[in-house]
Design a protein around this ligand. Sequence first.
Ligand SMILES: C[S@@+](CC[C@H](N)C(=O)[O-])C[C@H]1O[C@@H](n2cnc3c(N)ncnc32)[C@H](O)[C@@H]1O
Length: 273
Amino acid sequence: MDIYSYIPDEEYPKYDGFLSFLGMYEDHRRITNYRRGLKRFRHLIKKKVAVEAGAGFGIFTEYMLKLGASRVYAVEENELMLKLLKKKFANEPRVKIVEGLIEDFEPDEEIDFLVHDFWGSLLYDENLISLERLKFKPKVVFPDRGELRYGVFKLEAFNDKIVTPEVLNLLEGVLVSDLIPTRELPLKNVAYRWKFGRGLKKAKDALLEDGEVLVFGIKILHGTDEICRSHYCYNWPYIWTKRVGKRFDLTFWEREPGYIEPKIKFFETESGS
Ligand SMILES: C[S@@+](CC[C@H](N)C(=O)[O-])C[C@H]1O[C@@H](n2cnc3c(N)ncnc32)[C@H](O)[C@@H]1O
């Protein structure tokens, strides 16, 4: 969603954040799979104290109440989301709305369960870093694991009329979402793993196969249970770029506190130089 009108710089993040998160509520598979996962772990929620980190519309706060949570802290930083949350839970004494960053939240009781959706399309390019900076220690974080996976594909296999070899050549070093591909792809290799408590770990890299398009996608897990994966849950589109070497190095850097951006570079030789 794009903003078409002029908005002063200081107001912009509020609207931009709000609008960019609205679209995710149209991904019904994300919602269904998250709810299914929460239901499976309802014994960890019933009569317990829970947190929804980055509560958004509070749909999982609502669901945890349904599963019997005794109290839910809905922590949110976006002031427009907060207005909606306050209205939604105005008559629900079991919900405490907390305004601000989850990193600054210091509950004065033990937290049994924390649910979040801080996954970026490249795994770490959204808010997972916030969970590494918590001032409290939830007994369970749901979902607790994620993988960034990749595969190389031939451009001709997509039969795309827009992304021709000439277009692809112009996108060297650029990570792109959407346009292609439009079907589910087997992403056999793992680039990174993230686990709550352990953080982000780079996996051993594999030599890239022939093919012009390098495609990335994520898998969200709790323990060994898959909660969502890119494309199937369309909130996380595949991210692709032109493959220009035998190996790649994808890194994440914190441009400013809390804002993570990915960078990719390729190596022509098999030894990675
Ligand atoms: C991807 S949405 C998820 C919303 C909701 N948990 C869900 O799954 O439907 C992320 C939400 O977290 C909020 N958020 C992002 N980073 C945050 C942080 N560090 N502290 C508190 N809220 C944050 C955003 O404003 C947004 O509403």
